[in-house]
Design a protein around this ligand. Structure first.
Ligand code: FAD
Length: 383
């Protein structure tokens, strides 16, 4: 394929967010090309590991909910076109201390946005889902609209849709540098230079140096995802078994029903060890990685014998306040950045693709992203 080509927009990084941005730009009829250092839906960044939670009850910040309404619509659209489903609703159980930020944040979010939910006692929840043992002192919410996204399928579906709309993609090609001036942007790879009017940067954990260059710090964290043998009975499968989030005094844990023959996935949302170089993240499993998980499994599912099937290492890119960065580059208005998704961004990928396409195309978006602008992290002196 010839280089030195003129595009409307280039997308740097085709993981969860970049694949969605490529699709949204292409479906607007723009001439776009994405550049990705690894293969399609690879397992070396932040968008792999079978499934991701999607929910609207957002204890983290109620302003995410309008974005989630649009994200759901867009995932439903992708689902309708994909050969294999990418999105499944199955309900979610949340169990945490009544005065925790999780429970008070969920209560406020459900009320403010009129979202479907049930407040249950732990006894009621355990009657409905007898596999679970929940502390009697906890408060429990059930959100029927929550579900899961097949993460690799989502990335592949966005890339396939983007190509159907004429997008080009250069896989296994690392971007070595880029520059921007009044004529547009130039992106350099080992094969040469690509030119475009605009650039979208969605580099996942590899974005840290760029953000640091204008005073925004992010932590890259090593996270382990686990899968355990599921009992033969349907009791651990949807619809008998929901997604769950349980808050313990030793960590926050979440898990999924058994899907196909993958087993039961569970992971810890809290914690994580700092990663210096994302290319050299430690992918070995250490006993300490599993300590909290095994304790949580023993307490929450006493009938389950935890036989590990596999694990997978993934990376969070965490901002100082755990909220995303969606903005244009502080010095280059023709460069849009989506970064710092802080371990909860995938469910938004569909709408973030649309927002990044808006920022690249128009320099602005109608979506309410004021709380995700970069200045909050620079101005608050959190660097
Ligand atoms: C264990 C784990 C569990 C999670 N669970 C959930 C969940 O349940 N629900 C939820 O909503 N979110 C969840 N998340 C968060 C979510 O998955 C991430 O926020 C999201 O996938 C980040 O996408 P991204 O596009 O920013 O990064 P990535 O998907 O990593 O994409 C960045 C891409 O840029 C490419 N790239 C970087 N530098 C270059 C370069 N120089 N040249 C070319 N290409 C480059 C990389 O190769 C990569 O493909 C979880 C994350 C992890 C790690």
């Amino acid at each position: 394929m010839p280089l030195n080509t003129q595009y409307d927009v280039l997308v740097l990084g085709l993981g969860g967010m970049g694949s969605a941005a490529l699709y949204h730009l292409a479906r607007r009829g723009l001439r776009v090309c994405g550049i990705e250092q690894h293969g399609e839906a690879h397992a070396l960044g932040s968008s792999h590991g079978e499934v991701r939670v999607i929910r609207k009850g957002y204890y983290e910040h109620p302003d995410y909910v309008p974005l989630l309404h649009r994200a759901y619509e867009l995932w439903d659209e992708v689902n309708a076109t994909a050969s294999d489903p990418v999105f499944k609703r199955c309900g979610m159980l949340v169990s945490a201390p009544p005065d925790s930020e999780t429970i008070t944040g969920l209560r406020d979010c459900f009320e403010q946005h009129g979202l479907a939910h049930e407040r249950l006692t732990p006894t009621e929840a355990m009657r409905r889902y007898p596999q679970f043992r929940l502390p009697e002192s906890d408060a429990v919410y059930y959100e029927p609209d929550a579900g899961y996204l097949f993460v690799e399928r989502c990335v592949k579906a966005h890339l396939a849709l983007a190509r159907q709309h004429g997008a080009e993609s250069r896989m296994n090609e690392k971007v070595l540098g880029w520059s921007s001036d009044e004529h547009g942007v130039t992106v350099r790879t080992a094969s040469g230079a690509l030119h475009a009017a605009k650039l979208v940067i969605t580099m996942g954990p590899w974005v840290r140096e760029l953000l640091a260059s204008f005073g925004v710090a992010v932590d890259v964290l090593r996270k382990v995802q686990f899968w355990y043998e599921a009992p033969d009975s349907d009791g651990y499968r949807d619809p008998a078994f929901p997604i769950y989030f349980v808050e313990k005094d030793y960590g926050f844990f979440y898990g999924f029903p058994a899907i196909g023959d993958c087993g039961l996935k569970i992971a810890e949302h809290s914690g994580g060890t700092a990663v210096g170089n994302p290319d050299a993240v430690d992918r070995e499993l250490h006993a300490v990685d599993e300590t909290g998980i095994l304790r949580c499994l023993a307490e929450t599912f006493p009938a389950l014998k935890p036989i590990r099937k596999r694990h997978s290492i993934c990376m969070y890119t965490k901002t100082a306040d755990s909220h995303f960065i969606l903005d244009t580059h502080p010095e280059h208005a023709n460069v849009a950045i989506g970064a710092g998704f802080s371990g909860h961004g995938f469910k938004f990928a569909s709408v973030i693709g649309e927002i990044l396409a808006d920022l690249a195309q128009h320099g602005a978006t109608q979506h309410p992203i004021g709380f995700l602008r970069m200045d909050r992290l620079r101005a608050a002196g959190k660097v």
